[in-house]
Design a protein around this ligand. Sequence first.
Ligand SMILES: [Zn+2]
Ligand SMILES: [Zn+2]
Length: 456
Amino acid sequence: MAVYLDEPLPDEILFSVIARYMQRARIESTRGFLTVLTGDRKGKGGDVDEFEQLADETYRVWEMSASEIRSRLTLAPFYSALFPGNGRIDALGRRVRCVPWSGYLAPGRPGVRYCEACWADDDRNGYPRYWRRIHQLPGVVVCAEHGQVLFGTGFSFSRDLLTTVTKHERGHPLVSDMSRELAKWGDLATFAKHLLNERCSWPQLGAQTSHLDLARKCGYVVGGKLDDERIANDLSTRFGTEYFGAVTSTHDISPELRRAISVSDERACAPLFALLAAYLLTDVGGRLMGSEGPDCPGSVSHQDENHRVLRWPDRQGRPHFLCSCGLSFVLDRSDSGASITPTQEGPDIALAAVMLVARSWPVQSLVSMLGVSRHAIETMIGRRVAVRPWRRRTERAKRLVQWLELVNRQGDADLAYRNSAHLFHALGLLIEILPDAVKPRSARTFCVERRVRGEK
Ligand SMILES: [Zn+2]
Ligand SMILES: [Zn+2]
């Protein structure tokens, strides 16, 4: 039996074409009809393409092979770009348990989605209102064509998917369209659309082979460990809590992000988090290679007021920077691109600033004694919560506070040094970035000698 499904409309997803046919032909038995279309997979060998029967049934109208159906009517190209490598789509099918005839629509939040402006276009063009692939991509809450917030209706569980989508009932907006994060949601939608249309693949920056390598280049690997908390934090700042409430029921996103970045090649992970990690690392990595930089990985753009980057004295010939958020890093440039490595000095300075303000030091004194701008001091104090993960490294920050208090009391760094040289030397590499006003003259030469010997 040949089934005369409609010619698919631009970017239409497979379930949308099937639902429209079932509605017009008044087909009651969904299960029976799907068996006709896609065949009974039980008892067939694993190497039979899941769209083989559909391709046969529809060939007279569509003239598409099984693999053309997969690439034009499903989200498979998106997943292939996100999880490059052989057999990844099978791994993904097992992981997200989506049925192929749904177009590889992953179940769960935020359900099936449409854009009101796209449907208005359909009405104008004399098309039936249909469901587009770009709206069904995991994590997408904005139409990449119109920039408008998408509406969601029902959940994308396959058992009632076809019923839900034939009703065309008015859904609810997934997120507020007045949010200041709207532009970022639009950027993510565009990024996801490019993956779907194979206009970029991930990882695409330089010759990196693993996501973990890219995370390292972007400064998210600290002391050999992936800083998934900071990645989660930076994504939350970009997209806001409302966004995460709409797209996932997971409260703590950092373990999922860790999995998305460190997952091995043969395996898949939750596509939402793979997309978010890919988006973040592509954005941070891309700006790292730009000439304007270096930008702090936490910044949302080069102009981000919360992440103003200041140049510190070089460290072993490499430029060293402090961001007003408290993150500090050295920058390496080579033919294969740029990479940043976080250093410990920024968090220690930020922590010392917080401690000194708590001890009623005026901000102006901190500016001169820490050698950091007023704006940076104020931002660091404002973000005191963000320095908490660095608790383990507070020892040196405490020493810095003690040292500055001593200098302040004695009124002179040389005098302070004569009394408590050990306190000064306990500051280690922090000495490099401190202003001369708080460094004893005798110790300045010591520092230089030490650096020449390559000591820490
Ligand atoms: Zn639209
Ligand atoms: Zn920053």
